[in-house]
Write a protein that binds this ligand. Structure first.
Ligand SMILES: Nc1nc2c(ncn2[C@@H]2O[C@H](COP(=O)(O)OP(=O)(O)OP(=O)(O)O)[C@@H](O)[C@H]2O)c(=O)[nH]1
Length: 318
């Protein structure tokens, strides 16, 4: 599919206090796009949050919250800051245009609008948006396994740390390290090692299957499983499923001192974030310490960080 084809079917939010202007833009765009509309700034912000349009056509002059204030509010919220905005306005002086572009507008269309020009400008902005989205997705994905990469993990854990902290919800982290992977590579070869990592990543995804769970490749043969809104008990369940999934895969590891099959060790930490005095590094450190303990205790098991608030430290051996 070409980039211009990708620009089709985008969801567009039209914001204007005059219904007849909305109707004109709707008529120009409805064949190729889903068109939403709002008659004032506050409704526009609600719709942008709830529906995440691909593009916003925004009237600059409106009673109450004007276009510039709407744009500022869109940029301030992480969920809407990446949505491109085209100003559509009767204000046509170079100063007005410059002000809109300085405020973060992607483009500027003068009223009265020409339907062909609107369609062309919209196509351009949607194409740029899709390209930016694809690049961002690529920059957050591990190319070998297809799961999130370390950068994506760092972004998510910080967001979840704050979100769960504000809501006083628990969150858990499992750090998993494949056992004796150096020996695996040495014995079966690096390509087989890569194929093994892909299989293991898929097994982790099957074990952590809630919408908000995140499986990430944390390092070479180390994975992180982030479990928002999950306490120590829930995290233990997921870790046990990881052990079961790996056992079910049955990947031979003929030279492992631990088992004839490929295994993983895991460290689990779970807590209710104290986001005012601590950072997410607290959780990572605790999970890392528990992983070290799981390795020391004989591998092929999970170990709970000792300061987990939801119960006594627990170990699970397969
Ligand atoms: N095939 C492959 N191997 C990798 C990749 N990333 C890291 N590794 C290998 O993973 C191995 C990790 O080895 P170590 O850190 O010594 O750990 P280990 O052999 O798993 O031993 P324990 O963790 O103590 O059980 C190294 O041989 C790395 O080369 C990768 O992308 N592909």
């Amino acid at each position: 599919m070409s980039w211009s084809e990708l620009a089709l079917n985008g969801r567009i939010l039209v914001v204007d206090d005059a219904m007849e202007n909305i109707q004109i833009l709707h008529a120009a765009l409805q064949d190729a796009h889903e068109v939403l509309f709002a008659l004032d700034g506050s409704r526009a912000l609600d719709l942008a949050q709830a529906q995440r349009p691909d593009l916003i056509l925004l009237d600059a002059v409106m009673p109450g919250m004007d276009g510039y204030a709407v744009l500022q509010a869109l940029r301030a919220a992480p969920e809407t800051s990446g949505i491109p905005v085209i100003f559509v306005t009767a204000l046509t002086s170079p100063e007005d245009e410059t002000r809109a572009l300085d405020a973060g507008a992607a483009d500027f269309i003068s009223k009265p609008v020409n339907a062909a020009v609107v369609r062309a400008r919209v196509r351009t902005q949607l194409t740029v948006k899709r390209q930016a989205d694809a690049l961002r997705a690529m920059s957050l994905t591990d190319s070998l396994t297809g799961v999130a990469n370390r950068r994506a993990f760092s972004e998510r854990i910080d967001n979840e740390w704050r979100r769960c902290g504000r809501a006083a919800l628990p969150m858990a982290l499992i750090l998993a390290d494949i056992d004796h992977f150096k020996l695996y590579n040495d014995h079966y070869g690096h390509q087989a090692g890569d194929a093994c990592l892909e299989q293991v990543a898929r097994a982790f995804c099957r074990a952590a299957n809630r919408a908000q769970d995140l499986v990430a490749r944390y390092g070479g043969e180390e994975f992180a499983i982030l479990l928002p809104e999950t306490d120590a008990c829930g995290a233990r369940c997921v870790a046990q499923r990881v052990l079961d999934e790996l056992a079910a895969l049955g990947i031979a590891h003929a030279v492992s001192p631990t088992s004839a099959l490929l295994t993983s060790s895991m460290g689990i930490a779970a807590l209710v974030p104290d986001h005012r005095t601590q950072t997410s590094a607290t959780l990572i450190r605790a999970a890392d310490g528990a992983l070290y303990q799981a390795k020391a205790d004989g591998r092929n098991r999970y170990c709970m960080a000792p300061d987990a608030p939801a119960g006594q430290p627990g170990n699970g051996a397969a």
